[in-house]
Write a protein that binds this ligand. Structure first.
Ligand SMILES: [Zn+2]
Ligand SMILES: [Zn+2]
Length: 420
């Protein structure tokens, strides 16, 4: 078996992993390299098309797809999903959720930017991943907690060895075990491995986004406590979130329910996503000025946003929202905003200062929080103790490959495992 990490072993994002095992060839992820996008494009300097993006290395080369049986997408952040129109020939692509993909495809298809390159061409066949089932290529998808939902790790049961590809993941979730299980049809990767001791991993391809990061790690449960403390007794709360971040949205909605606050959504993609979540702890309202399609959620308007409301909004739309609330006389004097830093960071701008200036101008108290969708370096030991790779460890999704390798070598005192 040959495992080729053709992209993403020394960058955060852009993973392209090709496994050749006899006559079977499978691909894990085919993401966009945002580090390279940022290097060549900015403001008015924009991509000309697929060929140019291939030439600068931002999207995979056509020959990397040769002979592949299927592509498996671990989650739908663009540094993993990639540009589906780049797939050069007939191929099956397995996605975490068809419904979520279709909503996003509609948005991208109508885009006047390079995002219009994301939808597939007609010859690409899409299929939804079924967790915990070994498919025709002997691949099993296992849920993980991440800042995009749904997210999977993959285990490939090869002819002579078993390979784990973690995708992007963290080891603590915003959801309690029961809710996680309900939303993901089962346990997360580490629990699965613990409960299925017969599944033995030979090679593990592990992500390392936070290796070498000096930011204080805040876990989901710690963030929940902090936000609850800030939100207590507030009349109005604004929270920004990425439109795939179901776990965070779920936590915020549960918190609002506990505090007897109404939830309102001011973002189309977010509304579409929450519609798909069964048994949300409370029923949100959609703000019609921001949600312009017929959602099954009850509707309200900016004017009618009364006090004791938590408003969920995208990072991009929050400034428009506060201006609109202010104009309509709906902005509470007691308003508190919580900005969650978008992940992957590189995918969105980071105009924090400009945003902060608008908050000051309108007298809004605001805080910025970063809860990573990735595990932290101090948790690597725990992960390895549970995964127990017998033969080798390969690294991906890291900007500090040397440090990552060094750290892994230190943790593997037996040196029985090859690390690369
Ligand atoms: Zn990623
Ligand atoms: Zn991700």
């Amino acid at each position: 078996m040959e495992i080729k990490i053709l992209n993403g072993s020394t960058s955060i994002g852009g993973n392209f992993i090709r496994i050749e095992d006899g006559d079977r060839i499978i691909i894990f992820d085919q993401g966009i390299r945002f580090d390279l996008m940022k290097k060549y494009y900015s403001g008015f300097i924009i991509p000309r098309g697929v060929k140019e993006l291939r030439d600068i290395g931002a999207i995979p080369k056509p020959e990397w797809y040769e002979g592949a049986n299927s592509i498996y997408i671990s989650h739908m952040h663009l540094d993993h999903l990639g540009a589906l129109s780049n797939i050069p020939h007939e191929l099956k692509v397995k996605l975490p959720s068809m419904a979520v993909y279709e909503d996003m495809e509609e948005k991208w298809g109508a885009s006047s930017t390079w995002l219009s390159l994301i939808p597939r061409k007609y010859y690409v066949e899409l299929e939804e991943l079924q967790p915990f089932q070994t498919d025709e290529n002997r691949v099993m998808a296992i849920p993980v907690s991440h800042s995009a939902y749904p997210a999977y790790a993959f285990i490939y049961f090869g002819k002579d060895e078993t390979v784990l590809y973690t995708g992007d993941f963290r080891i603590e979730s915003f959801l309690n075990e029961n809710v996680f299980r309900k939303l993901n049809q089962g346990d997360d990767l580490l629990t699965f491995l613990e409960e299925n001791k017969d599944v033995k991993i030979d090679t593990s391809i592990i992500e390392g986004t936070n290796i070498g990061s000096d930011r204080i790690p805040i876990t989901p449960s710690e963030a929940t406590k902090i936000i609850e403390k800030l939100a207590r007794q507030r009349k109005q709360l604004l929270a920004t979130l990425h439109s795939l971040d179901v776990e965070y949205a779920y936590m915020l909605v549960s918190m609002a329910e506990k505090m007897k606050m109404q939830v309102a959504i001011a973002s189309v993609p977010l509304t579409k996503l929450l519609e798909k979540i069964p048994n949300l702890p409370s029923k949100p309202q959609a703000i019609i000025e921001y949600v312009d399609y017929l959602t099954p959620f009850p509707r309200t308007s900016i004017e009618n946003v009364k006090e004791k409301t938590l408003i969920l909004v995208s990072y991009r739309e929050i400034i428009d929202l506060i201006k609109d609330l202010n104009l309509a006389g709906s902005l509470s004097k007691d308003c508190l905003a919580i900005i969650s830093e978008p992940e992957p960071q590189i995918e969105e701008g980071s105009e924090y200062e400009v945003i902060a200036n608008w908050f000051s101008m309108l007298g809004i108290e605001s805080y910025r929080i970063r809860v990573s969708g990735h595990y932290y370096q101090y948790q690597l030991k725990t992960i390895l103790e549970k995964v127990k790779p017998r033969k080798s460890i390969k690294i991906a999704h890291t900007e500090k490959p040397k440090l990552f390798l060094k750290t892994l070598k230190k943790l593997d005192t037996t040196s029985a495992v090859s690390i690369s």
